[in-house]
Design a protein around this ligand. Structure first.
Ligand SMILES: Cc1cc2nc3c(=O)[nH]c(=O)nc-3n(C[C@H](O)[C@H](O)[C@H](O)COP(=O)(O)O)c2cc1C
Length: 355
């Protein structure tokens, strides 16, 4: 295959792992035929969704799960260890691949490049027992999957997402992130999220693009027109148009980077299994992220008027999903339906390599 070494072939597939806003927060340093150091970095310095680095750490986990699945195609086992002397914000992981006769090619290999986010409406067909069982089983016994299904649970979740989106759309700190990560006028993007993948219609997209030239312009438009139209399209309607919302909960409280990496590995098994079952998925992480900020008193916005909204959303999120002895680590919606026509792609492997 195109002159790539086995390790490079594994990395070439692993780079299709998802990361928040397609940030691809990893770089590869080849240290031997079957040894790579993965230099990761979180985005807490400039991304309001990542102030504690946990979403990036979940992304590292999704990379390592994808890498291990890709390696299984070559009969290789992946051993992954975090270097103790690396910084929390820039952890380095050593990955050693070893031949192992007991390793079978994973049935999820073919799902790696097909898996993508579907932000548009999905089918409302409920998940079958077999689908739910497969999704529950793949996360492993350290995690439980909570389902929010049936019309009234979906309505409550759609409302939560709709209300949460007000925070996202009216906060200057979030505008800074969106400005950088939306790739305008494209259906595919190697390093950002294409505007066509956001799940809004052409007219709304045009308005968004016009308004997002500056915070001043966006704030004025928000004041004059409100944010209900994009929130209906991006949050409320898709919140109903799906089979169910799901929450992956850890049975142990996640504390360390390794705990979040493990959660990311479980998430990627869930997402690839959903893809393998012919299902679509969209993460819905903002309620988890902002409610954690409120609980831990993390200062995330200078806009004082949003503090009250965030506190009330924290109470709604707690009632809906922080309601047993487990610890929510990931949330999203899932359902049958078509794969998205627009999607994020990835930087070529050569750009992810350190010299
Ligand atoms: C930790 C994490 C959090 C994410 N949060 C969201 C989210 O809240 N909403 C959303 O629509 N997509 C979310 N995504 C999806 C990413 O934007 C997406 O995976 C990335 O842009 C790559 O696109 P692809 O998955 O289609 O390949 C998240 C992904 C990860 C790994």
């Amino acid at each position: 295959m195109s002159g790539l070494s086995v390790l490079e072939q594994v990395l070439d597939l692993a780079r299709w792992a998802p990361s928040g806003d397609n940030t691809q927060v990893w770089r590869f340093e080849l240290l031997g035929a079957l040894h790579v150091a993965v230099h990761c970095h979180d985005t807490r310095e400039h991304c309001v969704y990542d102030l504690d680095g946990h979403p990036s750490q979940i992304s590292y986990g999704s990379l390592f799960e994808t890498l291990a699945i890709a390696a299984s195609g070559h009969g290789l086992r992946a051993a992954i260890t975090r270097r103790n002397d690396s910084l929390d914000q820039r952890p380095v992981f050593d990955v050693h691949l070893t031949p192992d006769a007991a390793i079978e090619p994973s049935p999820l290999i073919s799902a790696i490049t097909r898996r993508s986010v579907q932000r548009r409406p999905m089918s409302t067909r409920m998940l079958t027992q077999a689908e739910k069982q497969a999704l529950q089983a793949c996360v492993g016994d350290q995690y439980a999957v909570m389902w929010l299904e049936g019309f009234s649970a979906k309505l409550r979740t759609a409302r939560l997402m709709f209300n949460n989106a007000k925070l996202r759309l009216t906060m200057p700190e979030a505008y800074e992130t969106h400005r950088k990560i939306i790739h305008w006028g494209v259906t595919h993007s190697p390093d950002r999220v294409p505007d066509q993948a956001l799940g809004v219609d052409a007219m709304t997209l045009k308005l968004m693009k016009w308004a997002m030239v500056s915070w001043k312009r966006l704030a004025t438009m928000n004041r004059l027109m409100g944010t209900a139209a994009p929130r209906m399209q991006m949050d409320f309607v898709p919140g109903i148009a799906c089979a169910a919302h799901f929450v992956i909960k850890s049975k142990r409280q996640p504390v360390t980077i390794d705990d979040y990496v493990a959660a990311g590995r479980a998430l990627q098994r869930f997402w690839l299994t959903a893809t393998d079952l012919g299902l679509q998925m969209q993460p819905e992480m903002t309620p988890l992220i902002f409610s954690k900020y409120v609980r831990e008193k993390t200062r995330f916005t200078e806009t004082v008027s949003l503090h009250r909204l965030a506190a009330s959303l924290e109470r709604d999120t707690a009632a809906l999903i922080f309601n047993d002895s487990n610890f929510p680590v990931y949330m999203g919606r899932v359902g049958a339906g078509k794969a998205p026509a627009a999607r994020s792609e990835r930087k070529p492997l050569s750009e992810l390599m350190l010299p």
